[in-house]
Design a protein. Sequence first.
Lengths: 624, 72
Amino acid sequence: MRQKKQLMRIVLSAFIFAIAILGSWQGWFRFAVFLLAYIIVGWDIVWRAVRNILRGQIFDENFLMTLATVGAFALGEYPEGVAVMLFYQIGELFQSYAVDKSRRSITGLMDIRPDYANVQKDGQLIKVDPEEVAVGDVIVIKPGERIPLDGFVINGSSSVDTSALTGESVPKQIREKDHVISGCINISGNLTVKVEKEFGESTVAKILDLVENSSSKKAKAENFITKFARYYTPVVVIAAVMLAFIPPLMIEGTTFSIWISRALTFLVISCPCALVISIPLSFFGGIGGASKCGVLVKGSNYLEALANTEIMVFDKTGTLTKGTFAVTQIQNSIGAPEELLEIAALAENYSNHPIALSIRQAYGKPIDHKRISEVEEIAGCGIKVKIDGKIVLVGNDKLMRKEQVLDQASYQKANKIGTIVHIAIDQVYAGYLVIADEVKEDVKETIGQLRSLGLKQLVMLTGDNQEVGQKVAQEIGLDQAYTELLPADKVEKMEDLLQQKSSRGKLAFVGDGINDAPVLARADIGIAMGGLGSDAAIEAADVVIMTDEPSKIPVVMRISKKTLCIVKQNIVFALGVKFIVLILGALGIATMWAAVFADVGVSVIAILNAIRALKVEEMDKVIV
Amino acid sequence: MKKSYKLQDLDCANCAAKMENALNKITGMKQATVSFMMQKMTIEAADEHFEAVLAEALKVIKKVEPDVIVKA
């Protein structure tokens, strides 16, 4: 509404302005027509200037514009006076359009707030505000609706679109007993969900809060500009005053009016608006773009720091590897591999150890309990059990030695990454299974990309043993791996690594946020993976990757670099043009027309440039 | 205590910066941030002073940019 009114005023004033120029009238009438155009377009600026002076606000942009234009009128330069005001208003209008539009597109991106929840009460569904739903309530989510609160499914199955949160376009399959996360959209079937968290504690509320507050942590570039803006205006105004009065007194044969006119051009350029608006806009766009890719950046400062990352430190389990154990190899000395796996699964039937679970999972068939008897767990070694009347040993090499299994040579040769489970039947060595944590598919590619993005050192910290750690590090191409670290050792290693970076460089730590909170906090930038559904990760980290794909790290780094590049372009461009026009203006070469361009034109170009930060499609495509 | 308010009709980025600067000078203010992009202000102050700080903040906003309407 306001923008429309503003546009009407501009059009009307421009029309009268054109008539005034074409009309080539003289004297009072000419003045009156120009004044009419001026008043239509600029009355509010003049009014605000007066009002603000009365409130003790000088050096305000309204005042400077008023002074410059009234000055032009006083010197008889009516067209300049009107033009400056007209262009100034056009620039303001454009700014407000552009900022509105990008604000809307960014907030639209984050439009994951659910409007209502269908609560089941006494067999009926009632639509309520998600904030009114209590823990333990049962809600129903129909196809097409947004999941309003975190909970688990008690009835129904469906596929769920998580793209608004993760950037992941493939829907997730949801079945009974699965947890669902608020903010996702239910696609195909009805889901009946028992609520586990209040709205304020739900994932969606946390993410929204985080994104909305991200612009309050300001980047260095932003702080520099606000500081600069504070001095820039007074300095230019003082320079203008000196320009108006000193040269006419020093130089003979020159008039005040020439120098006052030059001083007025100074005033037109004295607003630092282009910078003050375009830099936060760039960062805001970058953060918005990153969240579109499923990466939450908690502040402009972190987005800025990411571009200068020199050292990146990774946690192993759950970050570079999947964090789940699986049987990766079966090596049989006697019998078929399937038989070996079956025997192992039977032997491990009563154990709850993760390794036992992975063996049973690999076997995947129901187990006949009658075949098993005399189970004896040998702590730290493995299991001795009778299966089909035969004595079976399943465990590590210590167990094999202890039980004096023959054929020592063959089980000692086994040298693989991961945990090796040996099997012997009636004292005869039968073979072994390798159980290992798998490296995530996209890790190798990610490491390569990170190197090309200029990272100098890639390090892994892990509590795992030397052998496994080193092998994983070698396989994916890291520079260093520190193994067998306790949580406290990790922090210590981190301190060492922090010493190794250059003064401007940054160190980033990538973890899963579960038990590495102290390290995440100690790093310059803490990046947590798999943030979706993990409160710990969302809280502890500075950058949260919603999925558990390491390949998002290069994506967000590219967004960071692009944003910073735009910011630098804008600073150089805006300041460059302003200084050039200031100098040319002082020399009398640049007129008020050039000054209007330096002010409004530069703002417009800088804003258009800043909006580029929001466009991240190509950043994501590189990976896919 | 930390609270956020909507700033309606906050039109100029420079004013937002000035406003933030002035807000942070209020005695009792722990931290004030004004986000031009989100059209939002966040102020943080000790619970017992909060009312007074908020009242002062409203005055400061009125002075820097009289057209802005503060909403909870």
